[in-house]
Design a protein around this ligand. Structure first.
Ligand code: HPA
Length: 258
């Protein structure tokens, strides 16, 4: 594959991934958008020969909580940098029994429980009311690439799942998780939305790489601690990094949707 013809891939790093080791950095850009500044500077470089732009969702150092992330600025900044395929890396809680700490999940659906976030570009002074199709919130071609890579690299993973996006920053109650389970959620996180919907509005391919950092509330015999989360990040982030590095060229070779 000739990566010089490839599209730039955007990587949004979440909790535990504020910088991307292995990225051959060629430059950093501090940018702004009509919706303000993104969470961090854009780091440009190449990962295994594939052009990449990296953005840290919570800032670098990590200081912006999930409900205060400027998702519109983040997505527009990546779009303006030429990105048409985005991988959102998210720390998540596991609800499905297979989704244990350090498991990497490539979900296929979303249920949005967030509220009060700036969640659309289609508002304000519009020429026409616009509704995007969001039947498949994650790009299935990009998902397949990540799943095949996880299999090849023998990374503990689940290539399915409904991502329940909660408001945070507090974790959920056990009853909230039971309700989410009844709704069909397999994993829970605080940053999956509106990121995925904004990517769709901009016509970008978007895929989630979720690292399970704890069993969701009430799904284990102990309460959730930051120590547990940090230990799972330390254990599981190498799998995320392996998948990212190995799938980059194939993701870059995808054609732009729009
Ligand atoms: N709930 C919501 N978000 C999360 C969790 C969780 O259990 N773990 C990591 N992000």
């Amino acid at each position: 594959m000739n990566s010089t013809e490839n599209q730039t891939v955007g990587i949004i790093g979440g909790t535990g991934l504020t910088t991307l080791s292995g990225l051959n950095v060629t430059g950093t850009q501090t940018v702004s958008t009509p919706w303000g500044a993104p969470s961090s500077e854009l780091t440009e470089g190449s990962l295994h020969g594939q052009p990449v732009v990296f953005l840290s969702r919570h800032g670098n150092p990590s200081r912006i909580p999930p409900h205060e992330v400027n998702y519109k600025a983040n997505m527009k900044a990546l779009y303006d940098a030429g990105v048409r395929t985005v991988i959102g890396v998210n720390a998540v809680g596991g609800i499905h029994p297979d989704m244990t700490p350090a498991c990497v999940v490539i979900p296929d659906q979303i249920i949005d429980y967030t509220w009060g976030r700036a969640s659309t570009f289609f508002e304000g002074d519009l020429d026409a009311v616009t509704h995007i199709d969001f039947t498949w919130p994650y790009d299935n071609t990009a998902r397949d690439i990540l799943i095949q890579t996880a299999k090849k690299r023998e990374v503990l993973h689940a290539g399915f799942g409904v991502y329940g996006a909660t408001q945070g920053p507090r974790l959920e109650t056990a009853a909230e998780i039971r309700r989410m389970e009844r709704d069909g959620c397999d994993l829970v996180g605080m940053t999956g939305m509106p990121e995925a919907a904004l990517a769709a509005e901009l016509g970008m391919r978007y895929v989630c790489l979720g690292l399970v950092v704890n069993r969701a509330a009430g799904k284990s015999d102990h309460i959730i601690s930051m120590e547990e989360i940090e230990a799972a990040i330390a254990q599981g982030m190498s799998g995320v990094r392996q998948i990212l590095a190995t799938s980059m060229a194939d993701l870059g070779a995808l054609t732009a949707l729009a």
